[in-house]
Design a protein around this ligand. Structure first.
Ligand code: URA
Length: 395
């Protein structure tokens, strides 16, 4: 704890950050993906609200020939985790033997499991300490936490999604750039191809927040190819991964990615991936097969105007109150709970119009979640300016 606090207040030099990262990466098991040569590709998000990009990106990239042999984490606090989302799918196995993990990566090209017990144990211990000593929010500590896991997980090509805004650890583009540059430099010095995108997290990504709601949204977008913020960020991440794997420009890669979605190949790959891991892929066509909440409660607008801003962190907290997240590590989450947004920043609203629907099995959480949600919004008379989704790229 004293070390974390010293680093939090004093920062670290590049050399110190790199040394800490390497020590953490070597603190436990490492994954050997060398049999996939230059085809292995991984992504990592620094954590956001409604961020289900892995569910969309992994099948696209796998359908284009890359190997996404990936370990993901669980959510804590207002942020969600990919493993919790996948566990909302009946039957999906997040824990496979090393042999099963490699075999599925070989044959299907996409395999996502929960981080095995002994991958970067130093990060697990440090993260738990950071959580209770309020030292999570430190660039050198985030750098070493993320990059130790990425280096130990073995992929040759890595795309980092550094979130920036009200729902992210990095609140300003300058801090996000600094974090991105630190992580990219360390990855490259270890012989990996690394690119970071800085992406907006001033509002939740997409419309769904909560585990089965997010699976349904990801499946629907891959099936329909609908153009929206979530799809654009997912395509930006996927095309940067494909650009690294195939050694082509990001523009060329984006054309491949778009065609892969349009043709239905990406959605087919998603079904193949989910069913290979024991999940019921019928859920992807029919979301009513996913866990459903008993209560659905609309929240209506208290005024006329435009939605001027949304505090993504507060909206993540509202979803957590409904049961979608964990306040502490051992809390049990409800896969059916969450929020579906009807309106987002920049949308015009009329008094009494539905802003979102709350889904929960906990009757007594509704009032609090509704108040937290409404307090997270600001309303303006004029249409607000919307900043770009991808705020920068560091290579
Ligand atoms: N994500 C991580 O994996 N570690 C951090 O420290 C912050 C976000």
């Amino acid at each position: 704890s004293a070390l974390c606090m010293a680093i939090f207040y004093k920062g670290m030099t590049d050399r110190e950050t790199a040394d800490l990262t390497m020590s953490m990466a070597r603190s436990g098991d490492t994954v050997d993906l060398s049999e996939f040569g230059d085809l292995s590709a991984d992504k990592h998000s620094t954590g956001g609200v409604g961020d289900k990009t892995t569910l969309i990106v992994a099948p696209i990239v796998a359908a284009l020939g890359a190997k996404v042999a990936k370990m993901s984490g669980r959510g804590l606090g207002h942020t969600g985790g990919t493993v919790d989302k996948l566990e909302a799918i009946p039957g999906y196995r997040t824990s496979l033997s090393p042999e099963e993990f490699m075999e599925q990566s070989r044959t299907v090209g996409a395999c996502v499991i929960s981080q095995t017990g002994n991958l970067t144990p130093a990060d697990k211990k440090l993260y738990a300490l950071r959580d209770v000593t309020a030292t999570v929010d430190s660039i050198p500590l985030i750098t070493s936490s993320v990059m130790s896991k990425k280096l130990a997980a073995g992929a040759k090509n890595i795309v980092l999604d550094v979130k920036c805004g009200s729902g992210a650890f990095m609140k300003t583009p300058d801090d996000a750039k600094k974090l991105a540059k630190n992580m990219v430099d360390i990855g490259k010095s270890c012989g990996r191809n690394v690119v970071a995108l800085i992406t907006d997290m001033d509002a939740p990504l997409g419309k769904a927040i909560g585990n089965s709601l997010e699976v349904a949204e990801a499946a629907r977008l891959l099936k329909t190819g609908e153009d929206c913020d979530l799809m654009r960020v997912s395509m930006a991440l996927a095309s940067n991964m494909i650009a690294l794997v195939k050694k082509i420009s990001v523009g060329e890669a984006l054309a491949l990615v778009k065609e892969c979605v349009r043709s239905g190949a990406a959605f087919e790959k998603m079904k193949q991936w989910i069913s290979s891991q024991g999940g019921d892929s019928a859920c992807l066509d029919d979301p009513s097969l996913l866990p459903q909440a008993r209560l659905s409660v609309p929240v209506t607008s208290p005024s006329d105007g435009y939605i001027g801003s949304m505090d993504a962190q507060a909206i993540g907290s509202a979803a957590m109150i409904l049961g979608a997240g964990r306040a502490s590590k051992n809390d049990v989450i409800d896969p059916a709970a969450g929020i579906v947004l009807e309106k987002k920043t920049g949308d015009r609203v009329k008094k009494g119009e539905t802003l979102c629907t709350l889904y929960t099995n906990r009757e007594n959480s509704v009032e609090e979640a509704k108040n937290v949600f409404l307090a997270a919004l600001s309303f303006t008379a004029e249409k607000p300016e919307i900043r770009p989704l991808v705020l920068g790229r560091v290579e």
